[in-house]
Write a protein that binds this ligand. Structure first.
Ligand code: SF4
Length: 382
């Protein structure tokens, strides 16, 4: 079969364990764990994969990316990962994998795990630093402090891993103007990174901590100006933006797994509270560990299901496409949804044309407009 006819899928594996809860984080995680739990959890991940793969046709669908996220995947020892990957690659073909990302938190980066990960040619790591400002790190309850960050950067620098991404968060409490630039330059002095993700601190306005932090965070004007200043700094380093929050030095370092999400490809999510999406159905697994084990044992998933009708899929196509720098592929939209994009959305395009770049069958957002993207994107949802 022609390679173009083979559908490529992403595989996401959720590791729902963290030593300590960061105050800004609303991801689900358990703080009680040991090696026995990790081994048991991975054995259920394998069982879940075997069950879910029954919905796929391996003659025209292959898994080509793996993303192990959390939580804190770096909490788990290399030996346990080795057992897990030996089993995983008995089920899925290792030769099809083009990228496998492991998320690391600085306090749990260790040489054994990194050496093991480096044994796969397709490995990529994503290190969550967020900031190097100790006062901020304390305020947000990050377990990693600057000494942990330094130690992690030293271990990474001494390893053979090349495909490295680092996460930063802008506008954290106690971060002043210029802090994110300092954070990025600090990391770059120590390791060579090919990719970075830069997020705005986002929390629900009703969150009590958010209310407290409002007094400790840059005001909106300063925050936007500093974000733009940081963007210019990132560009001056040779990174290009390919998604609202993601930058790479070269196309080969774009996150291939995350592109599956942004391109609306199917993906399988495994583990507690993991999401997956295939056959126009999105599911979210239970976040209760006992219910999860019980559900897998009974081959009866405890999960929330959402059917993606054409209206939802159109909205998501536009939303996800406008997050990417390349924007909406008009030819693809017309083909997938069997309607003319310009006919349907002419009013919105007219209203927001000063924020849009329209060229060669693509419509994208101006770089600066990405900061107000929510308003613009939501107006497409008619
Ligand atoms: S380590 Fe990551 S997943 Fe865990 S609480 Fe902090 S931000 Fe959330």
């Amino acid at each position: 079969m022609n390679d173009d006819n083979i559908k490529k899928l992403g595989l996401y594996i959720h590791i729902p364990f963290c030593r300590q809860k960061c105050l800004y984080c609303d991801f689900f995680s358990y703080s009680n764990f040991d090696d026995a739990i990790f081994n048991k959890y991975f054995s259920y991940i394998i069982k879940e994969l075997e069950i879910r793969l029954k919905d796929f046709d391996s003659t025209n669908q292959i898994i080509n990316t793996i993303y192990i996220g959390g939580g804190t995947p770096s909490l788990i020892k290399a030996d346990i990962y080795k057992l897990f990957f030996d089993r995983l690659f008995n089920i899925i073909d290792k030769n099809n994998i083009v990228e496998m990302t492991l998320e690391l938190n600085p306090e749990s980066v260790n040489k054994d795990l990194l050496d093991y990960i480096c044994s796969f040619s397709f490995s990529r790591i994503s290190l969550g630093i967020q900031t190097i400002n100790e006062k901020s790190l304390n305020e947000i309850n990050r377990i990693a402090k600057l000494n942990n960050i330094d130690n992690a950067l030293d271990i990474i620098n001494a390893s053979t891993i090349k495909n490295i991404s680092v996460d930063f968060i802008h506008s954290l409490p106690y971060n002043t103007i210029g802090q994110t630039k300092k954070d990025i330059s600090y990391v770059l002095e120590k390791i060579d990174i090919k990719h970075l993700s830069l997020y705005f601190l986002e929390m629900d306005d009703t969150n009590i901590i958010k209310k407290k932090w409002d007094a400790l965070i840059l005001n909106e004007n300063d925050s936007i100006n500093d974000f733009l200043y940081t963007l210019n700094y990132i560009y001056s380093l040779g990174f290009k933006r390919y998604e609202i929050s993601n930058f790479c030095t070269d196309d080969i370092y774009k996150s291939k797994h995350n592109l599956h999400y942004w391109d609306m490809d199917d993906y399988i999510g495994l583990g507690l509270s993991a999401c997956g999406c295939y056959n126009h159905i999105r599911y979210t697994n239970t976040s209760n560990i006992n219910k999860y084990f019980h559900a897998i044992d009974n081959n009866n998933f405890e999960q929330y299901i959402e059917k993606l009708d054409s209206k939802i899929r159109k909205s998501e196509f536009i939303f996800l496409s406008l997050r990417k720098s390349e924007g909406i592929n008009i030819v693809q939209y017309n083909k997938v949804f069997n309607e003319d994009f310009y006919n349907v959305y002419s009013n919105v395009i007219e209203k927001y044309k000063k924020y849009l770049i329209i060229r060669n069958d693509y419509i994208s957002l101006e770089d600066k407009s990405m900061l107000q993207s929510n308003d613009i994107i939501s107006s497409f949802f008619i």
